[in-house]
Design a protein around this ligand. Structure first.
Ligand SMILES: *Cc1c(COP(=O)(O)O)cnc(C)c1O
Length: 198
């Protein structure tokens, strides 16, 4: 099935001086993985470039929900009930109905965030029916040591089954594969900015 893939520039660890040239060239989708870092860099940039779409791609603590809803435009790491509840509460309070992606732990890694694949359907229902969240897609980070292709294929199939249109999958080293498996968003850090320090 033909689809468009939007490139998200992952600007974590990058100074504003590295981000500005991309904004000047017209790029508008960016991602950060920490609320505090986003808060230091983005409010000023968003004043100058109001059409920026800032994606949250890191683990989100419930006590950061207020700031996250104010700063970000898409939440890609929705993965548990208390977080759904806090995000919904803040969105109502701030009058911001942000699109959310459910993060799925496709590799079932104990240390990794994300709902387990078998709970995705129930969790989607919970987010929508109990909290009215606008869930539009799924996101995954496959295990670092594995071939990502089966994970991307699986996420695509799961999204199709759940009737979700967006698939955020693929990073610098595997985005071509992710595109082949239907990614609508790829998240590129080092491929755009070069190697990160640390
Ligand atoms: C850092 C990060 C990326 C980008 O990784 P690169 O290898 O630099 O492309 C993508 N997704 C998430 C969730 C990340 O934390």
């Amino acid at each position: 099935m033909p689809h468009n893939t939007t490139v998200i520039a992952v600007s974590k660890g990058q100074p504003v001086s590295a981000i500005t040239p991309l904004l000047l060239s017209g790029h508008r989708h960016f991602a950060e993985n920490r609320v505090q870092e986003a808060e230091e860099k983005w409010p000023a940039l968003k004043t100058r470039y109001p059409d920026v779409v800032l994606h949250m791609i890191g683990p989100l603590q419930t006590n950061k929900a207020r700031k996250a809803v104010a700063l970000f435009d898409v939440i890609q790491t929705l993965d548990r009930e208390e977080l759904a509840k806090e995000l919904a509460k803040e969105m109502a309070r701030q009058g911001r109905d942000l699109p959310c992606f459910i993060q799925v732990n496709t590799g079932q890694e104990p240390q990794k965030a994300g709902v387990s694949p078998q709970h995705a359907a129930d969790f989607l229902k919970y987010c929508r029916e109990i909290h009215g969240l606008q869930v539009t897609g799924l996101m995954c980070i496959p295990p670092a040591e594995e071939n990502p292709a089966p994970h991307f294929a699986f996420l695509n199939e799961l999204a199709r089954r759940l009737g979700l249109r967006d698939l955020s999958m693929g990073m610098s080293k595997d985005y071509e594969t992710a595109k082949r498996f239907g990614a609508t968003y790829v998240r590129l850090g080092q491929a755009i900015f070069g190697e990160r320090q640390g």
